[in-house]
Design a binder for this molecule. Structure first.
Ligand code: G3P
Ligand code: MG
Length: 252
C-alpha cells in the first residue's frame, strides 16, 4: 500500500536563502537575520561537498558568491571552509563561511524554526544528495519536532526522498513548465507545489487546491504582489524580505 501523504501546514512567509535581501544568501548571518525578522520558516539550498557533506550553496560554481573558479562539488568540506561566503555581498559580512547543513539544522532545532530544505544537487548527484541529507536528519533531527519539508526541481532527488524518508513532506518545485505537473506530484506523493509566482492563474490555483496540495510561491519581494497572491489563494510566500512581507500580510 502507498504511504500516506505527509501533512504540512505551510506558513504565510518563508525566508528565501535566509534574509537574502539584506544578508549574504545561505549563510548563518542570513538565517539569524531571518529569525530576527520573525519568520517561523526558512528556505535554503543544499548540495554536497566533494567528500559528501551537505552544505548550503545555491550555484553549482563558486564564482558569484565566493569569487573563485571551480565547482562546489570539487572541493572537500574542509577546503570550502577556507572560502568566502559574505564579502561579495558587503565587506561587513567578510568572513561568513559556507555553512554545513548540520550547523544549520542545529540552529533550527535550537530556535524552533521550520526548514524548507531545497535539494539543489550538483549535476549527477541527484540521488546521493538526498541520501546524505536524510542520513544527517536521521542522526540529529529530534523525533518530537515537525519534519522539515524537502523541495526540489529535481524529481530524481524527490523520488529518493519518497522512497527512503516517506514521512518527510515533499514539495514539487516548478519554474515555468507546467507539463504533467499533476502526474509528477502524484508519483512523488507530494504535499505541496512551489511555483514561480508569474505562473499562477485563478484556474490553476483552484486545480492545485482541489487536488489537495499546499501552495507556495517564489520569489516575491513586492508586498503588493504578495498580498495579491495570498488573495488569490496562495498559502505561502517565499521572499528575500521576510520581515516586510510578514508585516504587510499580517496587516491584512
Ligand atoms: O524554493 C524556492 C526557490 O528557492 C527556488 O529557486 O533558484 O532561488 O533556489 P532558487
Ligand atoms: Mg532555493
Amino acid at each position: 500500500m502507498a504511504n500516506a501523504t505527509p501533512k504540512v501546514i505551510l506558513p504565510r512567509v518563508q525566508a528565501h536563502r535566509g534574509a537574502k535581501g539584506v544578508r549574504p544568501e545561505n549563510t548563518m548571518a542570513s538565517l539569524r537575520e531571518a529569525l530576527a525578522q520573525g519568520v517561523s520558516w526558512t528556505e535554503f539550498d543544499v548540495k554536497l561537498s566533494k567528500d559528501g557533506i551537505p552544505v548550503l550553496y545555491h550555484d553549482q560554481d563558486l564564482k558569484r558568491t565566493s569569487g573563485l573558479e571551480g565547482l562546489v562539488k570539487d572541493y572537500t568540506f574542509a577546503e570550502l571552509q577556507d572560502f568566502e561566503a559574505g564579502a561579495w555581498f558587503d565587506e561587513a559580512y567578510k568572513g561568513e563561511k559556507i555553512p554545513s547543513l548540520e550547523e544549520v539544522l542545529k540552529f533550527h532545532i535550537d530556535n524552533g524554526l521550520h526548514a524548507n530544505i531545497e535539494l539543489k544537487p550538483s549535476d549527477g548527484e541527484e540521488k546521493e544528495t538526498t541520501k546524505a541529507v536524510v542520513d544527517l536528519l536521521d542522526r540529529i533531527w529530534p523525533d518530537h519536532l515537525p519534519k522539515p519539508l524537502f523541495s526540489s526541481f529535481k524529481r530524481d532527488s524527490l523520488e529518493v526522498a519518497r522512497d527512503i524518508a516517506p514521512d518527510y513532506p515533499r514539495g514539487l518545485l516548478i519554474y515555468d513548465d507546467l507539463s504533467n505537473w499533476q502526474t509528477h506530484a502524484k508519483n512523488l506523493n507530494c504535499s505541496t507545489i512551489h511555483l514561480w509566482h508569474k505562473m499562477f492563474t485563478p484556474e490553476l490555483i483552484a486545480e492545485i487546491k482541489q487536488l489537495g496540495y499546499g501552495i507556495a510561491t517564489y520569489t516575491v519581494n513586492e508586498v503588493d504582489r504578495a498580498k495579491e497572491l495570498v488573495a488569490m489563494g496562495v498559502d505561502s510566500i517565499i521572499t528575500d524580505f521576510p520581515g516586510n512581507t510578514l508585516e504587510a500580510l499580517e496587516a491584512e
